[in-house]
Write a protein that binds this ligand. Structure first.
Ligand code: GLU
Length: 303
């Protein structure tokens, strides 16, 4: 099944990101399928241009290769606009004039625990007159999805069957930037992605993305959500947690193959301390051995 890795070039990849990339790559390559790299760089304010290169280089150094040129979402704006028009014409969106800060958060992937409050629906039933008043006062609008009443069911290869509500998520920010949930659906379906493997902090987005694909008459991919690597305090792994990037590990005397072996061991794909080439990992890949619990990182690797 064609797979992908879709990082945001906002910083160096850390070991948790690299481990997710490895899992996604192994799923694809073990079946002889294509694997694509896509930069989710719509929020240009947080992009740091050197990280297109640093992220590509770190993946390549581990032997995680991809087919064709890496795609950048920032170059695909017209595809997202077409989808927004289609959804709007079919009555699936509404204009929301709520505060900028709230809407700002919508463009990034909502990694993290599913604590994000639902949109309270303030702008859901505005009349044409209400809207005209707000627009006359210079208020800009974001476009929100008119979420369905019912939960959406989905299957996850690793987590099994699930169901979730679909919130009235922002599809386009009030500064015209398409939101993550829209762009990811257009790209995954448009690029022919068959299996999305990513961190399980995004499990809560599956229902939304499946629903959006269906509204657009597109076939959603399958999903496999891999447990995250956490820092010692139980939060998402971060710089403060120590030597968490590939260059950090190299500067401590490890080789790229050592790092690959460590990552693969934390995915249940080889023994700890074993050094295995990327090709051998592909040959051995067994999804049944992937862990089902998050992993806590410490600097002596994952205990
Ligand atoms: N760009 C997102 C991230 O870096 C990943 C989104 C996805 O895999 O769907 O966390």
């Amino acid at each position: 099944m064609i797979g992908r890795f879709a990082p945001s070039p906002t910083g160096r990849l850390h070991l948790g990101n690299l481990r997710t990339a490895l899992a996604a790559w192994l799923f694809a390559r073990a079946e002889g399928s294509a694997f694509l790299l896509r930069f989710e760089d719509l929020d240009q304010a947080s992009v740091r241009s050197e990280h297109y290169e640093s992220q590509s280089a770190d993946l390549a150094a581990l032997g995680i290769d991809w087919d064709g040129q890496a795609v950048r979402q920032s170059e695909r704006g017209s595809l997202y606009e077409d989808a927004l028009h289609e959804l709007t014409d079919a009555g699936h969106t509404y204009r929301c004039y709520c505060s900028r800060r709230e809407i700002q958060q919508a463009v990034s992937a909502p990694n993290g625990p599913p604590t994000v409050a639902r949109y309270p629906g303030n702008c859901r039933e505005l009349t044409a007159k209400d809207r005209a008043q707000r627009e006359a006062a210079g208020r800009r609008w974001a476009l929100r999805l008119r979420g369905p009443e019912d939960e959406i069911h989905y299957d996850d290869l690793l987590r099994g069957r699930g169901a979730d509500i679909v919130d009235d998520v922002v599809l386009c920010r009030n500064d015209g930037v398409p939101a993550y949930n829209l762009a990811v659906v257009i790209d995954d379906t448009g690029q022919g992605i068959e299996l999305v493997v990513r961190g399980d902090d995004l499990l809560s987005s599956v229902a939304t993305q499946t629903h959006l694909a269906q509204l657009l008459g597109l076939t959603p991919p399958q999903f496999a959500h891999v447990p995250l690597v956490l820092g010692p305090e139980g939060r998402r792994l971060a710089k403060r947690d120590g030597a968490v990037t590939l260059p950090d590990r190299l500067s401590q005397g490890e080789t790229a193959l050592d790092v690959l072996g460590h990552l693969a061991a934390t995915l249940g794909q080889c023994e700890r301390g074993e050094r295995v080439s990327p090709g051998e990992l592909v040959r051995r890949f067994d999804p049944a051995r992937l862990p089902s619990r998050p992993l806590v990182f410490d600097n002596a690797w994952c205990e």
